[in-house]
Design a protein around this ligand. Structure first.
Ligand SMILES: NC(=O)c1ccc[n+]([C@@H]2O[C@H](COP(=O)([O-])OP(=O)(O)OC[C@H]3O[C@@H](n4cnc5c(N)ncnc54)[C@H](O)[C@@H]3O)[C@@H](O)[C@H]2O)c1
Length: 320
């Protein structure tokens, strides 16, 4: 059984990763500063004696080093799953220092800490946002890459610095490029945002863009299956995989209708217009998951099925 650090442990995906790692019998130390994470996401993990938690800002290396000192004294770690980042992409477009700090500096500091304590393997939550706007089914080796959000740019820089660390002290790195991930504990993204608007009981539901934006969606439960499959199976020392559904995605119009169904609402939709919802929004993209398919994994749920399942889960969690 491994000793594992999970950053972003109180977040939507990180907390579910923690639960799975504990179920698998590993010893887990979670780190989060609760900028977006929630204490209740760690309720189940906290009942395990193999889980401990450090509340610290990963952008502050001294605070993290001090917070981790007691657990590091008990022995080093086999893996870091680095999932802390800014997940509010529009906020990072408005203020670039947010992604510099929470998306890049967190990675820089995690690597510094790993180097200092001879932790030699990292699993990193990257994103399809690194690809920017590119035509066709984008493969992992596509380039040159020009992301259109600071979030995408700082994730790409994080991938680069992990690659450089392979030359000096890392034995293994697994970079996962996620699509849009949906499901229980979601606290951001289109499903959550539309449900927050519905809570205010508006006469119509405002939807950003013209409804035709179309992206691939994966349910968080299947994402986690893919992460563990890649970590165990990928042959490369520095592995990099797109993860996503087999279809071309679900449109914003489809998602808005699914949210209304899940919330039991019949109010009309009101589109703000334009082909993208906000600055930094990639209106449509498709990427190739052939590499992951060849490795032997594919999801069971389509984008639309993942969205519908997530709408039911998130609507229930938000009191609908
Ligand atoms: N949800 C998606 O659709 C999606 C898509 C692509 C990539 N990702 C990546 O997956 C990872 C998890 O995303 P999520 O959707 O669970 O988001 P999330 O916001 O729920 O989780 C991120 C966690 O990181 C924590 N965090 C942020 N800055 C920190 C800092 N400076 N110090 C300590 N903790 C900090 C937040 O409090 C939060 O709990 C992120 O790296 C994100 O970029 C998510």
């Amino acid at each position: 059984m491994a000793r594992v650090i999970v950053t972003g442990a109180a977040g939507f995906i990180g907390s579910q990763l923690v639960d799975r790692l504990i179920q698998q019998g590993h010893t887990v130390v979670g780190i989060d500063n609760f900028v977006r994470g929630r204490e209740e996401n760690l309720a189940s993990a906290s009942t395990s004696e193999r889980f401990s938690f450090v509340r610290a800002d990963l952008a502050d290396i001294e605070a993290v080093t001090a917070g981790l000192a007691p657990v590091l004294a008990a022995g080093t770690f086999d893996w870091v799953w680095h999932f802390a980042a800014n997940s509010d992409i529009p906020s990072g477009v408005a203020d670039p220092s947010i992604d510099l700090r929470d998306t890049f500096l967190t990675t820089f500091n995690v690597l510094k800490l790993m180097r200092g304590h001879a932790i030699k393997a990292i699993a990193f939550a990257s994103t399809s946002a690194i690809y920017g706007v590119k035509p066709g089914r984008i493969r992992e080796d596509a380039g040159p890459l020009f992301p259109i959000s600071n979030y995408g740019a700082m994730k790409l820089a994080s991938e680069a610095i992990i690659g450089a660390a392979m030359e000096s002290f890392l034995d293994r790195a697994v970079i996962f490029r996620f699509p849009n991930v949906v499901g229980s504990r979601g606290t951001h993204g289109i499903i959550f945002d539309l449900l927050q608007k519905l809570k205010l009981r508006p006469p119509s539901l405002e939807v950003l863009g013209d409804g035709t934006q179309c992206k691939p969606y994966l349910h968080v439960s299947e994402l986690l299956d893919a992460l563990f499959f890649i970590q165990k199976t990928a042959p490369e020392r520095l592995a990099c995989y797109n993860i996503g559904p087999l279809d071309d995605g679900a449109t914003v119009g489809f998602i808005a209708a699914a949210v209304l169904r899940a919330a039991g609402s019949t109010i009309p939709l009101r589109y703000t217009g334009g082909d993208r919802g906000w600055v930094g929004d990639v209106p449509r993209f498709q990427y190739s998951t052939d590499k992951l398919g060849e490795l032997g994994w594919e999801p069971r749920l389509s984008s639309q099925a993942a969205v519908e399942k997530a709408c039911d889960e998130v609507a229930r969690e938000n009191g609908f």
